[in-house]
Design a binder for this molecule. Structure first.
Ligand code: GLU
Length: 444
Protein backbone atom coordinates (compact mmCIF):
# COMPACT_ATOMS: atom_id res chain seq x y z
CA UNK A 1 0.00 0.00 0.00
CA UNK A 2 1.37 3.40 -1.01
CA UNK A 3 1.25 5.85 1.88
CA UNK A 4 2.79 9.31 1.61
CA UNK A 5 2.73 12.41 3.74
CA UNK A 6 3.07 16.15 3.46
CA UNK A 7 4.59 17.41 6.68
CA UNK A 8 4.95 21.18 6.90
CA UNK A 9 6.00 22.95 10.07
CA UNK A 10 3.39 25.58 11.02
CA UNK A 11 6.01 28.29 11.30
CA UNK A 12 4.79 30.20 8.23
CA UNK A 13 2.34 29.99 5.33
CA UNK A 14 2.84 27.81 2.27
CA UNK A 15 4.75 29.15 -0.70
CA UNK A 16 5.05 27.67 -4.17
CA UNK A 17 8.01 25.52 -3.11
CA UNK A 18 6.05 23.79 -0.30
CA UNK A 19 2.98 23.59 -2.49
CA UNK A 20 4.98 21.67 -5.07
CA UNK A 21 6.00 19.08 -2.47
CA UNK A 22 2.40 18.78 -1.27
CA UNK A 23 1.08 18.42 -4.82
CA UNK A 24 3.65 15.85 -5.89
CA UNK A 25 2.87 13.71 -2.84
CA UNK A 26 -0.85 14.07 -3.50
CA UNK A 27 -0.50 13.15 -7.18
CA UNK A 28 1.75 10.21 -6.31
CA UNK A 29 -0.91 8.89 -3.93
CA UNK A 30 -3.77 9.47 -6.39
CA UNK A 31 -1.93 7.87 -9.27
CA UNK A 32 -1.10 4.74 -7.30
CA UNK A 33 -4.36 4.45 -5.35
CA UNK A 34 -2.49 5.34 -2.17
CA UNK A 35 -3.07 7.27 1.04
CA UNK A 36 -2.14 10.93 1.58
CA UNK A 37 -1.42 11.99 5.16
CA UNK A 38 -1.32 15.67 6.14
CA UNK A 39 0.96 15.98 9.16
CA UNK A 40 1.81 19.11 11.08
CA UNK A 41 5.38 19.06 12.36
CA UNK A 42 4.63 21.33 15.28
CA UNK A 43 7.11 20.20 17.92
CA UNK A 44 8.94 23.52 17.67
CA UNK A 45 6.59 25.23 20.10
CA UNK A 46 8.47 28.53 19.95
CA UNK A 47 7.89 29.05 16.24
CA UNK A 48 4.71 27.06 15.55
CA UNK A 49 1.36 28.84 15.83
CA UNK A 50 -2.27 27.81 15.52
CA UNK A 51 -2.75 30.63 12.99
CA UNK A 52 -0.06 29.25 10.69
CA UNK A 53 -1.51 25.76 11.05
CA UNK A 54 -4.97 27.05 10.08
CA UNK A 55 -3.42 29.03 7.23
CA UNK A 56 -1.63 25.98 5.83
CA UNK A 57 -4.85 24.01 6.04
CA UNK A 58 -6.66 26.78 4.16
CA UNK A 59 -3.90 26.86 1.53
CA UNK A 60 -4.17 23.10 0.94
CA UNK A 61 -7.94 23.34 0.67
CA UNK A 62 -7.60 26.20 -1.78
CA UNK A 63 -5.36 24.02 -3.93
CA UNK A 64 -7.93 21.23 -3.64
CA UNK A 65 -5.40 18.83 -2.09
CA UNK A 66 -7.66 16.91 0.25
CA UNK A 67 -6.05 14.50 2.72
CA UNK A 68 -7.03 10.97 3.73
CA UNK A 69 -5.84 11.45 7.29
CA UNK A 70 -4.40 14.12 9.54
CA UNK A 71 -1.85 14.02 12.36
CA UNK A 72 -0.22 16.58 14.59
CA UNK A 73 3.12 15.88 16.21
CA UNK A 74 2.24 17.77 19.37
CA UNK A 75 -0.45 15.10 19.98
CA UNK A 76 2.11 12.32 19.88
CA UNK A 77 4.60 13.21 22.59
CA UNK A 78 4.09 9.84 24.32
CA UNK A 79 5.24 8.02 21.23
CA UNK A 80 8.41 10.10 20.99
CA UNK A 81 9.12 9.52 24.69
CA UNK A 82 8.90 5.77 24.02
CA UNK A 83 11.31 6.01 21.10
CA UNK A 84 13.73 8.11 23.15
CA UNK A 85 13.73 5.48 25.90
CA UNK A 86 14.37 2.73 23.37
CA UNK A 87 17.30 4.62 21.83
CA UNK A 88 18.79 5.32 25.24
CA UNK A 89 18.42 1.67 26.18
CA UNK A 90 20.23 0.56 23.03
CA UNK A 91 23.02 3.06 23.65
CA UNK A 92 22.32 5.11 20.54
CA UNK A 93 21.36 8.29 22.44
CA UNK A 94 23.97 9.85 24.68
CA UNK A 95 23.82 12.94 26.88
CA UNK A 96 25.90 16.01 26.14
CA UNK A 97 26.24 19.32 27.94
CA UNK A 98 28.15 21.59 25.58
CA UNK A 99 26.73 25.06 25.13
CA UNK A 100 26.16 26.58 21.70
CA UNK A 101 29.10 28.91 22.30
CA UNK A 102 31.44 26.05 23.18
CA UNK A 103 30.43 24.13 20.10
CA UNK A 104 30.89 27.18 17.92
CA UNK A 105 34.39 27.76 19.32
CA UNK A 106 35.35 24.13 18.65
CA UNK A 107 34.00 24.40 15.15
CA UNK A 108 36.13 27.45 14.45
CA UNK A 109 39.24 25.72 15.78
CA UNK A 110 38.53 22.67 13.60
CA UNK A 111 38.13 24.83 10.52
CA UNK A 112 41.32 26.76 11.36
CA UNK A 113 43.27 23.51 11.56
CA UNK A 114 41.67 22.23 8.33
CA UNK A 115 39.63 19.53 10.02
CA UNK A 116 35.98 18.88 9.09
CA UNK A 117 33.71 20.78 11.53
CA UNK A 118 32.12 17.66 12.98
CA UNK A 119 31.12 17.16 16.61
CA UNK A 120 34.09 15.50 18.31
CA UNK A 121 32.01 13.19 20.53
CA UNK A 122 33.65 14.49 23.66
CA UNK A 123 30.45 13.74 25.59
CA UNK A 124 30.58 10.09 24.53
CA UNK A 125 33.77 9.66 26.53
CA UNK A 126 32.41 11.03 29.83
CA UNK A 127 32.32 8.59 32.75
CA UNK A 128 29.51 8.51 35.30
CA UNK A 129 31.28 10.80 37.72
CA UNK A 130 31.88 13.40 35.04
CA UNK A 131 28.25 13.19 33.95
CA UNK A 132 27.04 13.66 37.51
CA UNK A 133 29.28 16.67 37.89
CA UNK A 134 28.03 18.23 34.64
CA UNK A 135 24.42 17.63 35.67
CA UNK A 136 25.09 19.33 38.98
CA UNK A 137 26.81 22.26 37.30
CA UNK A 138 24.81 22.67 34.10
CA UNK A 139 21.51 20.91 34.62
CA UNK A 140 19.84 18.53 32.17
CA UNK A 141 21.77 17.46 29.05
CA UNK A 142 20.64 17.40 25.46
CA UNK A 143 20.81 14.03 23.72
CA UNK A 144 22.73 13.10 20.61
CA UNK A 145 22.22 10.17 18.29
CA UNK A 146 25.40 8.13 17.85
CA UNK A 147 25.70 7.66 14.13
CA UNK A 148 27.14 4.43 12.80
CA UNK A 149 29.22 6.49 10.43
CA UNK A 150 28.89 4.53 7.21
CA UNK A 151 27.86 4.85 3.61
CA UNK A 152 24.08 5.10 3.53
CA UNK A 153 22.88 4.49 0.00
CA UNK A 154 19.40 4.44 -1.50
CA UNK A 155 17.81 4.40 -4.94
CA UNK A 156 16.27 7.85 -4.89
CA UNK A 157 13.03 8.04 -6.88
CA UNK A 158 14.16 11.36 -8.37
CA UNK A 159 17.93 11.54 -8.08
CA UNK A 160 18.76 7.91 -8.69
CA UNK A 161 21.48 6.18 -6.65
CA UNK A 162 22.29 8.54 -3.79
CA UNK A 163 24.85 8.18 -1.01
CA UNK A 164 25.32 10.02 2.28
CA UNK A 165 28.38 9.15 4.33
CA UNK A 166 27.24 9.60 7.90
CA UNK A 167 30.87 9.42 9.06
CA UNK A 168 31.20 12.98 7.79
CA UNK A 169 28.29 14.25 9.92
CA UNK A 170 27.96 15.37 13.50
CA UNK A 171 25.90 13.15 15.74
CA UNK A 172 22.56 14.98 15.58
CA UNK A 173 20.82 16.30 18.67
CA UNK A 174 17.45 14.52 18.88
CA UNK A 175 16.29 15.73 22.29
CA UNK A 176 16.75 19.21 23.71
CA UNK A 177 17.79 19.87 27.29
CA UNK A 178 14.18 20.74 28.13
CA UNK A 179 13.16 17.25 26.97
CA UNK A 180 11.53 18.30 23.70
CA UNK A 181 12.22 15.94 20.78
CA UNK A 182 13.47 17.40 17.50
CA UNK A 183 12.21 16.93 13.95
CA UNK A 184 14.91 14.44 12.89
CA UNK A 185 13.50 11.96 15.40
CA UNK A 186 9.80 12.79 15.44
CA UNK A 187 9.51 12.52 11.67
CA UNK A 188 10.97 9.01 11.68
CA UNK A 189 8.76 7.84 14.56
CA UNK A 190 5.73 9.14 12.65
CA UNK A 191 6.81 7.64 9.36
CA UNK A 192 7.15 4.26 11.08
CA UNK A 193 3.85 4.51 13.00
CA UNK A 194 1.87 5.69 9.98
CA UNK A 195 3.54 3.08 7.76
CA UNK A 196 4.74 5.67 5.28
CA UNK A 197 5.93 3.86 2.16
CA UNK A 198 7.53 6.82 0.34
CA UNK A 199 9.02 10.02 1.69
CA UNK A 200 8.91 12.63 -1.07
CA UNK A 201 10.41 15.98 -0.13
CA UNK A 202 12.87 18.67 -1.17
CA UNK A 203 16.51 18.16 -1.99
CA UNK A 204 17.42 20.17 1.11
CA UNK A 205 16.61 17.01 3.09
CA UNK A 206 19.11 14.65 1.43
CA UNK A 207 21.56 14.77 4.34
CA UNK A 208 18.68 14.26 6.80
CA UNK A 209 17.79 11.14 4.87
CA UNK A 210 21.20 9.62 5.55
CA UNK A 211 20.74 10.24 9.27
CA UNK A 212 17.11 9.20 9.27
CA UNK A 213 17.78 5.89 7.52
CA UNK A 214 20.09 5.07 10.41
CA UNK A 215 17.27 6.07 12.76
CA UNK A 216 14.67 3.91 11.00
CA UNK A 217 17.03 0.99 11.45
CA UNK A 218 17.85 1.84 15.07
CA UNK A 219 14.12 1.96 15.87
CA UNK A 220 13.44 -1.29 14.02
CA UNK A 221 11.19 0.36 11.44
CA UNK A 222 10.89 -0.45 7.75
CA UNK A 223 12.90 2.06 5.71
CA UNK A 224 10.59 3.79 3.20
CA UNK A 225 11.51 4.75 -0.34
CA UNK A 226 12.83 8.28 -0.77
CA UNK A 227 12.46 10.87 -3.49
CA UNK A 228 14.10 14.29 -3.29
CA UNK A 229 12.83 16.94 -5.67
CA UNK A 230 15.23 19.59 -6.88
CA UNK A 231 14.56 23.06 -5.57
CA UNK A 232 12.74 25.87 -7.34
CA UNK A 233 14.80 28.82 -8.54
CA UNK A 234 13.93 32.15 -10.13
CA UNK A 235 14.92 33.40 -13.58
CA UNK A 236 18.42 34.29 -12.37
CA UNK A 237 18.94 30.83 -10.93
CA UNK A 238 18.70 32.04 -7.32
CA UNK A 239 16.62 30.15 -4.78
CA UNK A 240 13.13 31.44 -4.15
CA UNK A 241 13.53 31.74 -0.41
CA UNK A 242 14.34 35.44 -0.47
CA UNK A 243 11.05 36.39 -2.06
CA UNK A 244 8.78 33.92 -0.42
CA UNK A 245 6.33 36.57 0.67
CA UNK A 246 5.35 37.39 -2.89
CA UNK A 247 5.22 33.72 -3.80
CA UNK A 248 3.01 32.63 -0.93
CA UNK A 249 -0.17 30.86 -1.95
CA UNK A 250 -2.10 33.52 -0.07
CA UNK A 251 -0.44 36.24 -2.15
CA UNK A 252 -1.08 34.45 -5.44
CA UNK A 253 -4.68 33.88 -4.48
CA UNK A 254 -5.15 37.56 -3.69
CA UNK A 255 -3.67 38.41 -7.06
CA UNK A 256 -6.41 36.33 -8.66
CA UNK A 257 -4.23 33.43 -9.76
CA UNK A 258 -6.30 30.26 -10.14
CA UNK A 259 -5.41 27.39 -7.81
CA UNK A 260 -5.61 24.92 -10.67
CA UNK A 261 -2.99 26.91 -12.58
CA UNK A 262 -0.62 26.70 -9.61
CA UNK A 263 -1.05 22.93 -9.67
CA UNK A 264 -0.84 22.64 -13.45
CA UNK A 265 2.50 24.45 -13.41
CA UNK A 266 3.99 22.82 -10.32
CA UNK A 267 3.04 19.31 -11.47
CA UNK A 268 5.24 19.68 -14.55
CA UNK A 269 7.95 22.13 -13.56
CA UNK A 270 11.26 20.30 -13.50
CA UNK A 271 10.08 17.64 -15.95
CA UNK A 272 10.56 17.65 -19.71
CA UNK A 273 6.77 17.47 -20.15
CA UNK A 274 4.92 20.50 -21.48
CA UNK A 275 2.96 22.68 -19.09
CA UNK A 276 -0.67 22.59 -20.23
CA UNK A 277 -3.77 24.32 -18.92
CA UNK A 278 -6.17 21.98 -17.18
CA UNK A 279 -9.64 22.45 -15.74
CA UNK A 280 -9.36 20.08 -12.77
CA UNK A 281 -6.73 18.37 -10.62
CA UNK A 282 -7.78 14.95 -11.84
CA UNK A 283 -6.53 15.94 -15.29
CA UNK A 284 -3.00 16.04 -13.85
CA UNK A 285 -3.04 12.55 -12.39
CA UNK A 286 -2.73 10.44 -15.54
CA UNK A 287 0.33 12.20 -16.91
CA UNK A 288 2.06 12.34 -13.52
CA UNK A 289 5.19 10.28 -13.02
CA UNK A 290 7.77 11.02 -10.32
CA UNK A 291 10.49 9.55 -12.55
CA UNK A 292 9.91 12.41 -15.02
CA UNK A 293 11.31 14.95 -12.55
CA UNK A 294 14.91 15.91 -13.27
CA UNK A 295 17.82 16.59 -10.96
CA UNK A 296 18.40 20.15 -12.15
CA UNK A 297 16.79 23.03 -10.26
CA UNK A 298 13.37 23.90 -11.68
CA UNK A 299 12.80 27.44 -12.87
CA UNK A 300 9.66 29.12 -11.54
CA UNK A 301 8.39 32.13 -13.45
CA UNK A 302 5.44 34.07 -11.95
CA UNK A 303 4.61 35.51 -15.40
CA UNK A 304 4.26 31.98 -16.77
CA UNK A 305 1.91 31.20 -13.89
CA UNK A 306 -0.28 34.22 -14.61
CA UNK A 307 -0.54 33.37 -18.30
CA UNK A 308 -1.34 29.75 -17.47
CA UNK A 309 -4.01 30.90 -15.04
CA UNK A 310 -5.79 32.76 -17.86
CA UNK A 311 -5.49 29.69 -20.08
CA UNK A 312 -6.99 27.49 -17.37
CA UNK A 313 -9.98 29.85 -17.14
CA UNK A 314 -10.47 29.58 -20.89
CA UNK A 315 -11.20 25.86 -20.62
CA UNK A 316 -12.93 25.87 -17.25
CA UNK A 317 -16.52 24.62 -17.25
CA UNK A 318 -19.21 26.85 -15.73
CA UNK A 319 -19.78 24.46 -12.83
CA UNK A 320 -16.20 24.91 -11.68
CA UNK A 321 -16.57 28.68 -11.30
CA UNK A 322 -20.27 29.45 -10.81
CA UNK A 323 -19.93 29.93 -7.06
CA UNK A 324 -17.22 32.48 -7.56
CA UNK A 325 -19.07 34.51 -10.21
CA UNK A 326 -21.50 37.34 -9.48
CA UNK A 327 -24.99 36.34 -8.42
CA UNK A 328 -27.22 35.68 -11.41
CA UNK A 329 -24.59 34.76 -13.98
CA UNK A 330 -25.37 31.85 -16.23
CA UNK A 331 -23.42 29.51 -18.43
CA UNK A 332 -23.90 31.67 -21.55
CA UNK A 333 -22.22 34.56 -19.77
CA UNK A 334 -19.29 32.38 -18.73
CA UNK A 335 -18.83 30.92 -22.22
CA UNK A 336 -18.90 34.46 -23.63
CA UNK A 337 -16.26 35.97 -21.34
CA UNK A 338 -13.90 33.20 -20.25
CA UNK A 339 -11.65 33.58 -23.27
CA UNK A 340 -11.05 37.28 -22.63
CA UNK A 341 -10.14 37.45 -18.98
CA UNK A 342 -6.93 37.16 -17.00
CA UNK A 343 -8.65 36.60 -13.65
CA UNK A 344 -12.16 35.98 -12.37
CA UNK A 345 -12.28 39.60 -11.24
CA UNK A 346 -12.25 40.50 -14.94
CA UNK A 347 -15.34 38.34 -15.42
CA UNK A 348 -17.08 40.31 -12.69
CA UNK A 349 -16.14 43.49 -14.57
CA UNK A 350 -17.83 42.16 -17.69
CA UNK A 351 -20.92 41.30 -15.68
CA UNK A 352 -21.08 44.92 -14.54
CA UNK A 353 -20.59 46.14 -18.10
CA UNK A 354 -23.49 44.01 -19.31
CA UNK A 355 -25.82 45.24 -16.60
CA UNK A 356 -24.89 48.82 -16.04
CA UNK A 357 -24.26 51.10 -19.01
CA UNK A 358 -20.58 51.99 -19.03
CA UNK A 359 -19.29 55.55 -19.30
CA UNK A 360 -18.77 56.14 -23.00
CA UNK A 361 -17.07 59.21 -24.40
CA UNK A 362 -17.60 60.61 -27.91
CA UNK A 363 -17.20 57.91 -30.54
CA UNK A 364 -15.61 58.47 -33.92
CA UNK A 365 -18.11 57.25 -36.48
CA UNK A 366 -17.68 58.94 -39.88
CA UNK A 367 -19.86 56.37 -41.65
CA UNK A 368 -22.88 56.98 -39.41
CA UNK A 369 -23.02 53.41 -38.16
CA UNK A 370 -24.49 54.40 -34.79
CA UNK A 371 -27.24 56.50 -36.34
CA UNK A 372 -28.32 53.65 -38.61
CA UNK A 373 -27.97 50.86 -36.05
CA UNK A 374 -31.05 51.15 -33.75
CA UNK A 375 -33.66 50.73 -36.53
CA UNK A 376 -31.81 47.79 -38.05
CA UNK A 377 -31.62 45.61 -34.93
CA UNK A 378 -33.23 42.29 -35.98
CA UNK A 379 -36.77 41.61 -34.79
CA UNK A 380 -37.51 38.86 -32.28
CA UNK A 381 -35.34 37.38 -29.56
CA UNK A 382 -31.62 38.05 -29.88
CA UNK A 383 -29.37 35.03 -30.29
CA UNK A 384 -25.92 34.08 -31.50
CA UNK A 385 -26.87 34.92 -35.10
CA UNK A 386 -28.28 38.38 -34.40
CA UNK A 387 -24.95 40.24 -34.40
CA UNK A 388 -24.10 38.94 -37.90
CA UNK A 389 -27.50 39.87 -39.29
CA UNK A 390 -27.44 43.28 -37.64
CA UNK A 391 -23.94 44.30 -38.76
CA UNK A 392 -24.61 43.06 -42.28
CA UNK A 393 -27.66 45.28 -42.49
CA UNK A 394 -25.80 48.27 -41.03
CA UNK A 395 -22.93 47.70 -43.46
CA UNK A 396 -25.32 47.61 -46.38
CA UNK A 397 -27.03 50.84 -45.26
CA UNK A 398 -23.88 52.83 -44.50
CA UNK A 399 -21.17 51.30 -46.65
CA UNK A 400 -19.02 50.82 -43.51
CA UNK A 401 -17.05 47.67 -43.11
CA UNK A 402 -14.34 46.14 -40.92
CA UNK A 403 -13.22 48.24 -38.00
CA UNK A 404 -15.28 51.29 -39.08
CA UNK A 405 -18.38 49.13 -38.77
CA UNK A 406 -17.61 47.05 -35.68
CA UNK A 407 -15.64 49.38 -33.43
CA UNK A 408 -18.29 52.12 -32.98
CA UNK A 409 -20.84 49.46 -32.07
CA UNK A 410 -18.52 47.72 -29.62
CA UNK A 411 -17.62 51.03 -27.97
CA UNK A 412 -21.23 52.15 -27.76
CA UNK A 413 -22.36 48.90 -26.18
CA UNK A 414 -19.45 48.02 -23.90
CA UNK A 415 -17.36 51.16 -23.48
CA UNK A 416 -14.28 49.15 -24.42
CA UNK A 417 -12.44 48.69 -27.69
CA UNK A 418 -11.85 44.98 -27.17
CA UNK A 419 -13.35 42.08 -25.28
CA UNK A 420 -15.49 39.01 -25.74
CA UNK A 421 -17.14 38.31 -29.08
CA UNK A 422 -20.00 40.74 -29.69
CA UNK A 423 -21.99 37.83 -31.17
CA UNK A 424 -22.09 36.33 -27.65
CA UNK A 425 -22.49 39.59 -25.73
CA UNK A 426 -25.44 40.91 -27.71
CA UNK A 427 -28.06 38.48 -26.33
CA UNK A 428 -26.63 38.97 -22.84
CA UNK A 429 -27.02 42.76 -22.98
CA UNK A 430 -30.57 42.38 -24.33
CA UNK A 431 -32.69 44.42 -26.69
CA UNK A 432 -33.90 47.11 -24.29
CA UNK A 433 -30.49 47.84 -22.91
CA UNK A 434 -29.00 47.91 -26.43
CA UNK A 435 -31.57 50.45 -27.54
CA UNK A 436 -31.00 52.56 -24.44
CA UNK A 437 -27.22 52.51 -24.87
CA UNK A 438 -27.45 53.41 -28.56
CA UNK A 439 -29.70 56.32 -27.69
CA UNK A 440 -27.27 57.82 -25.22
CA UNK A 441 -24.27 57.99 -27.49
CA UNK A 442 -22.65 61.31 -28.14
CA UNK A 443 -21.99 61.02 -31.87
CA UNK A 444 -19.42 63.79 -31.89
N1 GLU B 1 8.64 19.59 8.63
C1 GLU B 1 9.66 19.27 7.67
C2 GLU B 1 9.81 20.44 6.71
O1 GLU B 1 8.91 21.21 6.59
C3 GLU B 1 9.26 18.01 6.95
C4 GLU B 1 10.31 17.43 6.10
C5 GLU B 1 9.94 16.04 5.70
O2 GLU B 1 9.15 15.91 4.77
O3 GLU B 1 10.39 15.10 6.33
O4 GLU B 1 10.85 20.61 6.12
Amino acid sequence: MVRVRFAPSPTGRLHVGNARIALVNWLFARKLGGHFLFRLDDTDTERSTAEFAAGIEADLRWLGLGWDSFARESDRMDRYAGAIEALKASGRLYPAWETAEELELRRKLQIASHKPPVYDRAALRLDDAAKAKLTAERGQPHWRFRLDGRRIAWADLVKGETVVDTASLSDPVLVRADGRPLYTLTSVVDDIDFAISHVIRGEDHVTNTGVQIELFEALGGAVPGFGHLSLLVDATGAGLSKRLGSLSLGGLREEGVEAIAVSALLARLGTADPVMPVAALDDLVTGFDLARFGKAPARFDPAELRALSAHCLQIMPFDAVRERLPEGTGEAFWIAVRGNIATLADAADWWRILHRAPEVGPIEDPAGVLAAAPDLLPEGPLDGASWGIWTKAIGAATGAKGKALFLPLRLALTGRDHGPEMRLLLPLIGRDEITTRMGKIDRG
